[in-house]
Design a protein around this ligand. Structure first.
Ligand SMILES: N[C@@H](CCC(=O)N[C@@H](CS)C(=O)NCC(=O)O)C(=O)O
Length: 215
C-alpha cells in the first residue's frame, strides 16, 4: 500500500489544487492502492520538516522508502506500472523529456504568474510574468502538432504532470489563445481517474472543515 502525505486542512482556494493529487492520480490510473495520511499545514512540525525540508506536501511512502517532490513521487509510481510508462527506450525517453519540460520549463513560468497575481509584490512585474508564460505556451502549442497525449503517443506519467501544470494556466484564461493545449487539458481532466482524485480531495478538505467546526 502506498501512503501519500497531505495536509490535514487547507483553505478553500487551493482545494482541488494541492499536489497530493499528482501521485494520487498516478495511483488511480495504474490501479495501485493508496491511502492518505496528514500533517498540519501550520505550524510546520519538526517531524514534517525532517521528512520534507520545505515543509511541503506531497510525500510518498512505499514500504521502507520515502520520496518527496510530486514529480519524483509520480516517477516512482510510474516505475511500477506500464500504464504510466511505455517499455520501449524511445518512448521512455520521450516521457522523461516531457516530465521535465512540464516541471522545469512550463511550471516555473506558471508559478511566477500566480505569484505576482496573488501577492502583487511588483505590479509592474505582472505583464512580464504573463508575457513570459505566453511565449512558452505559444511554443508548446506550435510544437503540439495535433497530438492526443504529451509523449509516446499514449497516456503516460508525463500527462499527469503536464496536464496538472497546464490546468492552472487554463483556469486563469492563459490557454485561451492555445486551442490544442486547451483541448488537451479538457480531455485529460475529464478522465475518470482525475475526476475521482480531484473530487476526493475537495471532499476530504470539506470534511476537515466539518471536523474543525465540531470541536
Ligand atoms: N515542487 C514541490 C512543491 C510542493 C508544494 O508547493 N506543495 C504545496 C502544496 S501544493 C505546499 O506544501 N504548500 C505549502 C507550503 O509551501 O508551505 C512539489 O512539486 O512537490
Amino acid at each position: 500500500m502506498l501512503t501519500i502525505t497531505t495536509y490535514d486542512w487547507v483553505p478553500e482556494a487551493p482545494r482541488g489544487w494541492v499536489r497530493e493529487l499528482r501521485p494520487a492520480w498516478a495511483c488511480a490510473e495504474a490501479g495501485l492502492p493508496y491511502r492518505f495520511d496528514t500533517v498540519p499545514l501550520k505550524p510546520k512540525s519538526a517531524a514534517h520538516l525532517a521528512r520534507q525540508p520545505f515543509g511541503q506536501v506531497p510525500i510518498l511512502r512505499d514500504g521502507d522508502i520515502e520520496l518527496w517532490e510530486s514529480g519524483a513521487c509520480v516517477l516512482h509510481i510510474a516505475e511500477r506500472s506500464e500504464a504510466l510508462k511505455p517499455r520501449d527506450a524511445a518512448g521512455r525517453a520521450e516521457v522523461l523529456s516531457l516530465i521535465f519540460a512540464a516541471l522545469n520549463s512550463v511550471e516555473p513560468l506558471e508559478l511566477f504568474r500566480q505569484y505576482v497575481h496573488i501577492f502583487d509584490p511588483v505590479p509592474a512585474a505582472q505583464p512580464s510574468a504573463i508575457k513570459a508564460l505566453q511565449a512558452r505556451l505559444a511554443m508548446l502549442e506550435d510544437a503540439w502538432d495535433g497530438r492526443a497525449f504529451a509523449a509516446a503517443g499514449r497516456f503516460t506519467a508525463a500527462d499527469i504532470l503536464l496536464a496538472d501544470v497546464l490546468r492552472a494556466s487554463a483556469a486563469a484564461g492563459q490557454l485561451d489563445g492555445h486551442p490544442q493545449l486547451a483541448d488537451y487539458v479538457a480531455r485529460l481532466t475529464a478522465r475518470p481517474a482525475f475526476r475521482k482524485v480531484h473530487d476526493e480531495q475537495v471532499a476530504r478538505f470539506q470534511a476537515a472543515d466539518a471536523r474543525q467546526a465540531a470541536r
